[in-house]
Design a protein around this ligand. Sequence first.
Ligand SMILES: *Cc1c(COP(=O)(O)O)cnc(C)c1O
Length: 432
Amino acid sequence: MTQAIANETTSATFKALKCKECGEEYELKASHVCEFCFGPLEVTYDYNALRRTVTRETIQAGPNSIWRYRPFLPVATDNPIDVGTGMTPLVRSNRLARRLGLKKLYIKNDAVNMPTMSFKDRVVSVALTRARELGFTTVSCASTGNLANSTAAIAAHAGLDCCVFIPADLEAGKILGTLIYNPTLMAVQGNYDQVNRLCSEVANTHGWGFVNINLRPYYSEGSKTLGYEVAEQLGWELPDHIVAPLASGSLFTKIYKGFREFVDVGLVPDKDVRFSGAQAEGCSPIAQAYQEERDFIKPVKPNTIAKSLAIGNPADGVYAIDIARKTNGSIQSVNDAEIIDGIKLLAETEGIFTETAGGTTIAVLKKLVEAGKIDPDETTVVYITGNGLKTQEAVQGYVGEPLTIEAKLDSFERALERSRTLDRLDWQQVLV
Ligand SMILES: *Cc1c(COP(=O)(O)O)cnc(C)c1O
């Protein structure tokens, strides 16, 4: 009886799939496009039920993972796949903030998310929980790298068969970091957009659960937890400004949805949050459309070291632009050299080693400050979404060399002296 009531209340929170364009509603199956207008489908909830049942206290009494927000996520079970994903640190920045001239800067550090060190663990935990509910036994994805790591790892944990697709030219760390979980890994000779097209065909013929294709409406909701956590970690308040990276644009739009939902159900006071987005110049279809004030995306062929962001035809690009515009934010791009500088700047000032996506975001943050688009007094949150140990190629040759010495004190003293005279400027900076 208690069980039946619990199931009733939990399954009541998510209601339908609804077309973002024409509003047509569908039952909660594995489907992502509207049959009438081809618009994307999104999960809707019973917000009255959420208002009645969810409080700050019920959330705080939940697990130390994304599943503390389970009523806001599109799964019916009380027993989701919980591998400790989420509740990553929100770090108050001192040294980076000072370097940039900001007073209240926070870093949301998903470079240490579990289990695979990127924000993708959030979306995959939700997608695979839902996949299991819908009866899928094989799960799959079209990935720019991190998604493959995450899908393979969490499928292994859940005992689901897994076949993932990546562009063949990914970083070694992302390939090995997928293979270690022993999925079937298809390295496609083509870019992400070609991988994605192939996967759409496989999804139609094989009856697999593709986390970011036929399960996309459920998957993408996982990114809302990046909004919820920041609100909770700021003491149940929204920031003034957020800066986040854009590949498909999904993450960006879902942080927005997460903030709005928390306001709507009364968990945080209302506030106008400005949304700014970051892309790599070598793949910046969203930033280009934003700068040219277009309402449509012109697909591009990616050519950048920021491979995790290299989606040339981004599904949620227009929605991301809409949010940046209506919140008085901005969408900017930076080149590969600036991305490397961004990675180094975050590492040297905060002790956080991020991948190219994080380098892109930090470089855009810097650019926004320099252009006067961030007020120093604004509470600003920058989202770091992936770990630098996975994209070491990007900074190879830009980080100096170790000083090789003999195991003798005088050899050490000589090397120390040499390093100080050769590199006096750098050394002085370190001492400051
Ligand atoms: C996938 C990814 C993103 C962007 O995600 P979208 O939701 O497609 O915009 C950002 N950062 C990292 C590290 C990623 O792997």
